[in-house]
Design a protein around this ligand. Sequence first.
Ligand SMILES: [Zn+2]
Length: 72
Amino acid sequence: MIIPVRCFSCGKVVASDYRKFVAKISEIKDSGKKVDATVISKTLDDLGVERYCCRRMILSHTELIDEVLPFS
Ligand SMILES: [Zn+2]
């Protein structure tokens, strides 16, 4: 739905990193490069998201708010 502000496990702020992550990945896609696990891992490292609990917050999130909002 909406990205949680903090990581459920450790409490690190991940909401701001999520927007940067999405922007960086779409930038890589637009440049024509293939996005694979290595690219995603390096992007998260560059953002400073190193713990796997924080990584799962970003990687497992699905942005559904725009699809749900018309029904509220
Ligand atoms: Zn965490």
